[in-house]
Design a protein around this ligand. Structure first.
Ligand SMILES: C=C(O[C@H]1C=CC=C(C(=O)O)[C@@H]1O)C(=O)O
Length: 400
């Protein structure tokens, strides 16, 4: 179907009557896009700037663009154009009775032990290649949990529960139908800001390096201190900051990152973070175009990027699809916020596929990385009403 953008906006007269296409609720604000399901022409990262420029030329200040960029830059993105309206502040609340899930079963894909074997494999490649040109220095490997419930998973109620943590951006993005999955939604609660733009000012807040939060205050503090002092985690983090500085640098008249990292936290995880801030040379560069240039960063892929990306395809048994891509919104001025699509699931009816990954560098311990991914599932599992450590099944005991 070929739809001109001007026609698309006219068709979407009463957004409140339409289903939610995308919604974000977090430190960067509350944004909801509703409308008849009219996507922007779909395409890959290569055509993104051109498609966005054409959309922006017709959208005036009455529309907002939002959606998801896939992990794989060669896959098609999913962006929607909606009228910006005064009641678009937030989506209606979900039915609080709809959760916890009552009947469910859970399958780890791959099992924790197979994930640890893939980590071990990557570590051996790093050791073999050390010192050679284009040697693999970091890779982020992910695994997934497939949850099958007895009834349709209530996306808005889930998003409401995920958003209870003030440190995260809860999000939902309606994805294009695929096969029997007619109503696919990407839903999650990400703590990681890929790119925010207001006028000329931009910011990014990459995270890499993790430790699990503990119920016991003393143990929790000990985990945080160990993370702050971990040379392995600081190395893992530095790749991300360096990459973002390199990609954004040519687009900025100033760009800076503080020396050292800051400890940040969600309700279930500690992370190392760095807030990068800058000023664009061209304040009209749309935030979605900058997000498209940036992702996937070494927080979800690795270094060197191409080498890590190829190996992810070989070592992970399932495609990532929109996990580890980017989700966000962009207004007619190009302002907006894009988050890294982590701590999320692709939901289709009564099924949810959750994803979590961990950064691997020389010195990583395969079973500890499997445990880290297990802990990263925690927030989503809790929101569904499942046991916090259901994601740790098959992880043999590792020191916290
Ligand atoms: C890839 C994920 O997390 C990234 C973000 C923060 C910390 C990370 C880490 O310590 O490995 C990851 O880079 C994920 O949650 O799936």
């Amino acid at each position: 179907m070929n739809i001109r953008m001007s026609e698309a906006i006219e068709t979407l007269a009463k957004p409140a009557d339409h289903p939610v296409l995308f919604a974000f609720d977090g430190p960067q604000g509350q944004i909801t896009g509703r409308g008849a399901p009219i996507p922007l022409p779909r395409g890959t990262s290569r055509t993104l700037p051109d498609r966005v420029a054409r959309a922006m030329a017709t959208m005036g200040d009455k529309a907002i663009l939002g959606g998801a960029l896939p992990f794989d830059r060669e896959d098609e993105d999913c962006l929607w154009l909606c009228p910006a309206s005064e009641d678009a502040g937030h989506a209606a609340s979900g039915d609080p009775q709809a959760l916890p899930l009552r009947d469910w079963d859970l399958t780890a894909q791959p099992a924790a032990a197979d994930y640890a074997a893939a980590v071990d494999h990557a570590l051996r490649i790093m050791a073999d290649e050390a010192g050679k040109p284009q040697a693999l220095e970091k890779i982020v490997l992910a695994r997934s949990l497939l949850i099958r419930a007895g009834a349709t998973i209530p996306v808005q109620a889930l998003m409401d529960r995920l958003g209870a943590d003030p440190a995260v951006t809860a999000f939902r993005v309606t994805l294009p139908a695929r096969g029997k999955d007619a109503r696919r939604v990407l839903c999650g609660a990400t703590p990681e800001l890929l790119l925010e733009k207001r006028g000329r000012a931009i910011a990014s807040h990459p995270l890499a390096g993790s430790a699990r939060r503990m119920a016991d205050e003393g143990q929790d503090r000990a985990n945080a201190t160990a993370l702050e002092q971990s040379e392995k985690d600081r190395r893992e983090h530095a790749f991300v900051v360096e990459y973002i500085m390199d990609v954004l640098g040519p687009h900025c008249r100033s760009l800076s990152a503080p020396a050292g990292t800051t400890l940040t936290h969600t309700r279930s995880m500690w992370h190392l973070g760095t807030r990068i801030e800058g000023e664009l040379k061209d304040p009209d560069t749309p935030s979605v175009v900058l997000a498209g240039l940036l992702h996937p960063t070494p927080a979800v892929c690795g270094a060197p990027m191409r080498r890590a990306y190829d190996l992810i395809g070989a070592l992970e048994p399932l495609p990532r699809d929109f996990y580890a891509g980017a989700v966000g919104w962009c207004d007619a001025k190009g302002d907006g916020a894009w988050q890294v699509a982590i701590r999320c699931a692709q939901i289709s009816g009564a099924e949810a596929r959750l994803y979590a990954g961990a950064g691997i560098v020389p010195g990583s311990d395969p079973m500890a990385e499997a445990a880290e991914t297990g802990a990263k599932f925690g927030a989503f599992l809790t929101a569904l009403g499942l046991p916090l450590d259901a994601g740790l099944a098959g992880v043999t005991k590792v020191t916290e």
